[in-house]
Design a protein around this ligand. Structure first.
Ligand code: KE4
Length: 430
């Protein structure tokens, strides 16, 4: 596979950008080699700067559930851009997107748009602390909620991939207010709350963990979090930046029937443009400026292009049968992968919730950070590179999710399954 142009670009990028990338996971540190520089993408096909083409299962880390450069979304963005790229004033499309989010997501009565998932979570945490007057927050090891200081404690995604669960620069005086527990262990949550529940402002959780690879909640886990937080006056925050509009139109809270106090969104609701959002019950959200005194602001919050892209994306997603189709395609792909690893006798574990899925190179049941770190990351590294050679693009880390889109065809899926067989054969023999 030719990689000359990407190599040249990576060299040039490192002169002017830290590590040559604008986000660490893109640097391929977990899988080796120089990162591929993409030139364009249409539907589910990526084309890199050397002209190599790939069937894409990374989906820009989740937002592109209707594939790249969807004509309806692009047309709407172009029309919007022609009327200005930003006003810094309220616009009608902010009402339209907020209205669609409010009607779709059970916990949200009002919602504030921001420009990234990190900003959404950071703001929700500040609001929870302001609303409750409490300082402590609880998160789960291996869950990733963006890079706000309070959340860079035993975090997932790029931090696990780089083996740095905590980040330098996060001061101890702040980190000490962030409590962490193993994901999927309700008993430990109950015990902690019995001790200090009255000091905990919020519990934030990815209802389906997507930053340790995909780890579904154990039956009853989310219900237990809801009951325990309710009992202690702690706000339950679902970080649905990945799962929002991914696992169901109403997100994981619709799928599992659990209503949190606040929800953070991102990725899909921006249609690939920079958006984040946080919302919840009116009595909580009214504490946010200008109605309340908890401050949060943003020059490009509610950006007209991002609002337009989000409106079109949710328009596409709200059509009949979209989620049934995503379910069927994702099941077909994962069944094919399972057949491959069985034939080759490779110890793996599979997880999947709707169109987000993972294959772990381990023989241990993966339920939390500790069990997920039993994976053979050396085998994953060989597998990732063999998949690239076969024209299949997956996330460059064992600890990220795979995503199916509505524009993958059965032909793409069949092609992927046979390509994966060859990639696995290569990975286990080197
Ligand atoms: P952003 O600030 O990256 O838009 O969102 C942060 C975030 C918050 N919550 C969850 C559950 C998330 O998964 C994320 C970001 N996800 C990672 C990939 N797993 C973004 C990729 C990257 O860091 O480049």
């Amino acid at each position: 596979m030719k990689r000359e142009r990407s190599k040249q670009l990576f060299k040039a990028a490192q002169e002017v950008i830290p590590g040559g990338v604008n986000s660490p996971v893109r640097a391929y540190l977990a899988v080796g080699g120089d990162p591929l520089f993409m030139k364009e993408a249409h539907g589910n096909i990526l084309t890199d700067e050397d002209g190599n083409q790939f069937i894409d299962y990374n989906s820009s880390w989740g937002p592109l559930i209707f594939g790249h450069a969807h004509p309806q979304i692009i047309e709407a963005i172009c029309e919007s851009a022609g009327m200005s790229t930003s006003f810094g004033t309220p616009t009608e499309n902010e009402i339209r997107l907020a209205g669609e989010v409010v009607s779709a997501v059970p916990s949200i009565e009002t919602v504030r748009m921001v420009s990234s998932g990190t900003e959404a979570v950071m703001s929700a945490i500040r609001l929870a602390r302001g609303h409750t007057g409490r300082d402590k927050i609880l998160k789960f090891e291996g869950c990733y909620h963006g890079h706000a200081d309070s959340l860079l404690v035993k975090a997932g995604s790029g931090l696990i991939s780089l083996g740095i669960p905590d980040s330098p620069g996060v001061i101890a005086d702040l980190a000490k207010h962030t409590l962490t527990l193993p994901f999927n262990d309700a008993d430990k949550v109950k015990a902690l709350f019995e001790k200090e529940g009255d000091q905990i402002a919020c519990l934030i959780v990815e209802p389906v963990a997507g930053n340790m690879g995909v780890i579904p909640p154990k039956p009853g886990f989310l219900q237990a979090l809801r009951e325990i937080t309710e009992k202690h006056g702690t706000l339950l925050i679902f970080d649905e930046v990945i799962t929002g509009f991914r696992v169901a139109y109403g997100g994981a809270q619709e799928l599992y029937g659990i209503t949190p106090d606040m929800t953070c969104l991102g990725k899909i609701i921006g249609g690939g443009l920079p958006v984040g959002a946080y919302g919840g019950r009116r009595e909580i959200m009214n504490d946010i400026a200008p109605t309340g005194s908890v401050y949060q602001a943003g020059t490009l919050s509610g950006n007209p292009l991002a609002m337009t892209a989000g409106i079109e994306m949710l328009n596409l997603l709200s059509a009949d049968g979209v989620y049934d189709d995503l379910e069927q395609k994702s099941a077909s792909l994962c069944d094919g992968f399972k057949a491959n690893v069985e034939k080759l006798g490779i110890k793996t574990r599979f997880t999947r919730v709707g169109s987000m899925f993972s294959m772990f190179f381990t023989d241990c049941e993966v339920v939390d950070y500790e069990t997920v770190t039993t994976c053979d990351t050396g085998l994953f590294k060989r597998y990732f590179n063999a998949m690239l050679e076969e024209g299949i693009y997956i996330a460059p880390s064992q600890y990220e999710a795979g995503f199916m889109s509505a524009v993958h065809t059965q032909e793409d899926i069949d092609k992927t399954i046979s390509a994966q067989y060859r990639a696995l054969e290569k990975a286990i023999t080197h």
